[in-house]
Structure formats: structure tokens, C-alpha cells
Design a protein around this ligand. Structure first.
Ligand SMILES: Nc1nc2c(ncn2[C@@H]2O[C@H](COP(=O)(O)OP(=O)(O)O)[C@@H](O)[C@H]2O)c(=O)[nH]1
Ligand SMILES: [Mg+2]
Length: 199
């Protein structure tokens, strides 16, 4: 359905607090061009993230999963009833925060973006390989904190390469905006031609 309507859909996955919502907020504020963006956010409870997005004047649907640790296609389909699909060409789906369950559920996305923060430790790709294995892009966020946590660029890239050889890696800070240009270029590329071939 998304392909038929020409909507690029990205499934954003990470641990709680890695900066999924912050990345979306910064993208909405700074993405060049005139992309028409919609957002679906999943959490166990609260409308907090949808409110943060709506504060920027963008249509956001919150899915409260209750006890479920991931979104599934059925939940997303329901959320779409509240979204005017004719008015968007780029849809961010912020998944429920964890590096385990979301990996197993296809939401109809064109690409999977896995975010880790420098504060989480360089070994997370090795400990949670399944979610990284299917990532099209791995974003290392909070690069502004790299020095404070003795972050090793070489180590994290080597670990990502081990479990996700084909994934692109972009380091950035959703807080300061450092590195966002590379993310915007990746977004434009995937929106223009699709990073996955149609089935
Ligand atoms: N220093 C720093 N803090 C960040 C960055 N991105 C997000 N944060 C902070 O990390 C916390 C969690 O961010 P949030 O977007 O809610 O994460 P989410 O749970 O993955 O959606 C918030 O306090 C953000 O302000 C960043 O690039 N640098
Ligand atoms: Mg969030």
C-alpha cells in the first residue's frame, strides 16, 4: 500500500532513550526541501512523543501498546486510519524502545534505521545482532557526548560491520545538529529511489 501511494516509510528502532524522538524532531526542524512528513510513534504508555512531534505542527499518531514490546503491521494499519495518506510522502515510524522484539516485525517499511547512542557502549551490535543484521542504516547518536564516555568510533564501526556488513553508519548529534547533513542525504537518497527493491 505504501509503495502504491509512493510513501517512503522508515522504521526507527533503538533502546529507550537513544534519541529516536529527538532525531525526528531535529529532522522536522532542519530537513531541507518540502517533504510532507507524517509520524507514528509507539510506546507502552503516554502520548508524550506524539505531543513533542505535534508541537512542531506535524501530524503524529501515538500507538500505546500496553504490554507489547514492539509495533506490528496490524497496529500500524489501524493508526493509518487517522492519517491522511494523500498528504504525506515520508512516514517515520518510531518503534517501541528496545533492541529485541521490534526486529521480528515487518511494518511495511522501506528501510530500517537502528539508532544507538555513544552512551550505550560499543558492544551493543554484538549483543543484539538480530536487529542490527537487518538494518539499512545504523545511526550513532549523541556524538556530542563521545569524549565524556570515551567512545571509540573504530570499535563501534567494527562491531556493526561484523553483524551488518551492508549497513551504512552515520554518527550524529540530534541535540547539536552535528552530522545531520549525512542523515539528510541518506534520507533523500532512500526517498528518491527506495533502498529496497519492490517484491
Ligand atoms: N547529549 C545528547 N542528548 C540527546 C541527544 N539526542 C537525544 N538526547 C537526549 O536523550 C534523551 C532521550 O531522547 P529521546 O528522543 O526521548 O529518546 P527515545 O526514547 O529514543 O525517543 C532526552 O533527554 C534527549 O534530550 C543527543 O544527540 N545528544
Ligand atoms: Mg521516543
Amino acid at each position: 500500500m505504501f509503495m502504491g501511494r509512493g510513501i517512503t516509510v522508515l522504521n526507527l528502532m533503538s533502546s529507550p532513550g537513544s534519541g529516536k524522538t529527538a532525531l525526528i524532531e531535529r529532522t522536522l526542524a532542519d530537513l531541507p526541501g518540502d517533504r510532507r512528513i507524517g509520524v507514528i510513534v509507539g510506546d507502552l504508555a503516554t502520548e508524550n512523543d506524539a505531543r513533542r512531534i505535534r508541537d512542531q505542527g506535524v501530524h503524529a499518531i501515538q500507538i500505546s501498546t500496553g504490554t507489547a514490546c514492539h509495533l506490528d503491521a496490524h497496529m500500524v494499519h489501524h493508526a493509518l486510519e487517522e492519517l491522511d495518506l494523500a498528504s504525506i510522502d515520508l512516514l517515520f515510524i518510531e518503534n517501541v524502545g528496545n533492541l529485541v522484539c521490534p526486529a521480528s516485525f515487518d511494518l511495511g517499511e522501506e528501510a530500517r534505521v537502528v539508532i544507538i547512542a555513544v552512551t550505550e557502549g560499543e558492544d551493543k551490535p554484538l549483543k543484539y545482532p538480530v536487529i542490527f543484521h537487518d538494518a539499512d542504516l545504523v545511526i550513532v547518536n549523541k556524538i556530542d557526548l563521545a569524549e565524556a564516555v570515551a567512545y571509540s568510533h573504530e570499535e563501534v564501526v567494527a562491531n556493526i560491520r561484523q553483524v551488518a556488513p551492508a549497513a551504512e553508519v552515520i554518527e550524529l548529534s540530534a541535540l547539536t545538529g552535528t552530522g545531520m547533513d549525512a542523515w539528510f542525504r541518506w534520507l533523500e537518497r532512500s526517498a528518491a529511489k527506495g533502498v529496497r527493491a519492490p517484491p
